[in-house]
Design a protein around this ligand. Structure first.
Ligand code: 6AU
Length: 270
């Protein structure tokens, strides 16, 4: 389906190439699934793309989880992700001051050279966004920051009064802010977030799993359809797919649910 029909003014008015690329890929693959590829070896990561690449629209990594990481192996993996039309989203959750985060996007992992999207907390103030923008600019690359506005984990301190509002207020006006992470386990919180974010920026939500009993260590899970109907633009799924007996089947199931939910909510967002 044509992105202008599916996303309406959000696609037509978007001036962020990464957001447009994401919206196009969603339409091409009919999936709003971002895979949280939380695996420990390069081989497992390759296997995941082979298994579910057709059913996901972006790939979220934690580069520091990989036991056998080397730059050469990672470059091949990034290439494979690109061949599968996947945006690469490094979930680094940066939190330091701008000039340090700019440096942290270099170093051994050098995320500025391969990540399309990176997560950050705004706890240290808006300079972090400036630092991240400068890091990507130094590579002549486009990048986008997903700011943690809410979290899915029980007892998280982002729930303290005023925090989410402050993050959204500062993030909304910054060109490098691609959007916000919302709490996928709670549709009411997603609706509240959408209300203050407006239509332009993305809301991506982790904490989504069809089997809420799988939650461990304070994680909370909500339903994929409810997350999208309440305003999420991407469901970030980890164990619901990569721990499944048949990851391909589950990825296809989440993709179908997410796409149908997007079509169902359609007009409300246009
Ligand atoms: O589906 P899961 O629970 O296996 O994996 C959830 C993934 C993990 C977390 O690091 C991440 O989502 N996550 C995030 C982010 C930024 O993506 C934020 C959050 O509040 N909760 C959360 O689980 O890779």
């Amino acid at each position: 389906m044509d992105p202008a029909t599916v996303w309406g003014s959000r696609w037509l008015n978007s001036n962020q190439p990464i957001a447009k690329k994401y919206m196009e890929t969603v339409c091409k693959k009919q999936s709003l699934v971002v895979l949280a590829a939380d695996k420990n070896t390069m081989e497992e990561l390759h296997q995941l793309i082979d298994d579910v690449g057709d059913y996901i629209s972006a790939l979220k990594t934690h580069v520091d989880l990989i036991d056998d990481w080397t730059r050469e192996k990672w470059n091949l993996f990034v290439l494979k992700a690109k061949e599968n039309d996947l945006l690469i989203f490094e979930d680094r959750k940066h939190g330091d001051i701008g000039k340090i985060v700019k440096e942290q996007m270099g170093g051994i992992y050098d995320s500025k050279s391969w990540a399309d999207l990176i997560t950050a907390h705004l706890i240290s103030g808006p300079s972090i966004l400036d630092g991240m923008q400068e890091a990507w600019e130094s590579e002549n690359r486009e990048g986008g920051v997903l700011l943690l506005a809410q979290m899915s984990s029980e007892g998280n301190l982002l729930e303290l009064p005023g925090y989410t509002n402050s993050v959204v207020k500062l993030g909304k006006v910054h060109p490098i802010c691609f959007g916000f992470i919302g709490n996928g386990s709670n549709p009411d919180e997603i609706s509240e977030l959408r209300e203050i974010v407006g239509k332009e920026k993305m809301i991506w939500t982790p904490g989504v799993n069809l089997n809420s009993n799988e939650a461990v260590l304070g994680q909370r899970y909500g339903d994929p359809e409810e997350a999208i109907l309440s305003g999420s633009d991407a469901i970030i799924i980890g164990s619901g797919i990569h721990k499944a007996i048949n990851p391909k089947e589950m990825a296809s199931k989440y993709a179908k649910i997410s796409w149908e939910a997007l079509i169902k909510r359609g007009v409300n967002f246009d």
